[in-house]
Structure formats: structure tokens, C-alpha cells
Design a protein around this ligand. Structure first.
Ligand code: ZN
Length: 215
């Protein structure tokens, strides 16, 4: 008997999140061309040091098709991409031997969330949680600050997010190993600020995983 997933795939065939081509084999996350040609990061390249964390892993470099896909995902309302992208991040966490008790994400401010309609980091975190079989919980809130994407200097980015985040409920993270999921890491200032808040709230460890690493 056809399952709901099967019918859904028939109506809305899964597409490669990077080039939009319809995927021929069910279960594939991306098309064979993208599998071959995307700027994959391997070994130490795929790990970035981020303050207050055990590090940030990323499967891809933030360029070309990856940048286009993330931009479409972030600003074009393409939230349906999150399943495949989340599965890639989850695979990367496993490849690097990562483990955690719960998954969370750096949230948008309420104003930004209203403007955009969805929180792309949250969608990604939820898909990573499904793939890894880990609970996904909101742990932080963010007050309104200017967008990081307008700032190029690392010191500016760091200063911009200082004090922007607060812990929702320290009880949720006390003595827990938290994996923070986001779409892109640039300077790492957002992730380190979030990690600092979570550690102060009692998290025993914070690790990070993102889809793509810029620079
Ligand atoms: Zn593709």
C-alpha cells in the first residue's frame, strides 16, 4: 500500500536543495552533480574553533551554489529545503564523532521572526534533531540588534551580538551537552555569544554544527 510519504513525493517530487533538479532516487538528499561538485570540507577544514564551545563543524564551504541555496533558504521562504540540509548537517556531526543531550539554535528576535515568518536555524535544528534522534529545544531569546550580515569586521560582529541573547530557562540546560545548529558560521561571534550564555546557565558543554563555513 502506498504510504503518505510516497504520495507526497509523487505530488511534490523531492528536489536537490542546491540546484533544484528533481531527485531520481528516493532517499537521496542531493543530485549526483552537486554531490560531486559542491565545495565539501574535509578533515580539519570542516572544524572551526569557536570560543566557549568544543568547536563548530561544517560539511560545506559557503560559496557558489551553497551560498545561493542558503540565501534562498534564508530570504526566499524555501523552508522545504530544511529536511535535506538538516540531514547533511546531521551526517557531518556523526562524521566528526559529535554527541549531545539536546539540540538548540541561535534564535531570531521576535521582530525578525515576524518579518520572515519562520526561523531558518530552528527548522534546520529540528531536522538535525530528527536525523540524530535528539530532542530539540528553544534555550535562548534574542533582543533586536542590527543584522550581522551588514558587518564585516569580526570585532564589530562580536560587539554587535554582545548582550543580545539571554537564557530562556537555565533548568533546561543545566549539566546538559548542547549542540547549537545554525546555517552559516562566519566569524563565530553569534555562536560563541550563545555558547557563553548557555555555559553561564549551567550547560556542561556546547558544540556547534552549521551547514556552511564562510571565509
Ligand atoms: Zn543539485
Amino acid at each position: 500500500m502506498p504510504t503518505i510519504d510516497f504520495l507526497w513525493d509523487l505530488l511534490f517530487p523531492p528536489k536537490c536543495p542546491f540546484c533544484g533538479r528533481i531527485l531520481e532516487r528516493s532517499g537521496d538528499l542531493l543530485c549526483p552533480d552537486c554531490q560531486r561538485e559542491l565545495p565539501w570540507l574535509t578533515g580539519p577544514e570542516g572544524e572551526k574553533a569557536v570560543d566557549f564551545t568544543t568547536g563548530c563543524v561544517a560539511p560545506l564551504r559557503y560559496q557558489d551554489r551553497v551560498r545561493d541555496a542558503v540565501r534562498a533558504y534564508k530570504f526566499g521562504g524555501k523552508s522545504a529545503r530544511s529536511r535535506a540540509l538538516g540531514a547533511l548537517v546531521a551526517q557531518c556531526v556523526s562524521d566528526h564523532g559529535g554527541s549531545a543531550d539536546l539540540i538548540s539554535w541561535p534564535p531570531l528576535s521576535r521582530k525578525r521572526l515576524r518579518q520572515r515568518g519562520y526561523d531558518q536555524a530552528r527548522l534546520l535544528a529540528e531536522e538535525v534533531g530528527k536525523a540524530l534522534g535528539l530532542p530539540v529545544e528553544a534555550t535562548l531569546t534574542k533582543r533586536e540588534v542590527p543584522a550581522q550580515s551588514g558587518l564585516t569586521e569580526e570585532a564589530e560582529r562580536r560587539a554587535n551580538v554582545r548582550g543580545a541573547y539571554a537564557a530562556l530557562d537555565p533548568e533546561r540546560v543545566r549539566d546538559k551537552r548542547v549542540l547549537l545548529v545554525d546555517d552559516v558560521v562566519t566569524s563565530g561571534s553569534t555562536l560563541s555569544e550563545c555558547a557563553c550564555i548557555l555555559r553561564l546557565a549551567g550547560a556542561s558543554e556546547v558544540s556547534c554544527a552549521v551547514l556552511a563555513r564562510a571565509r
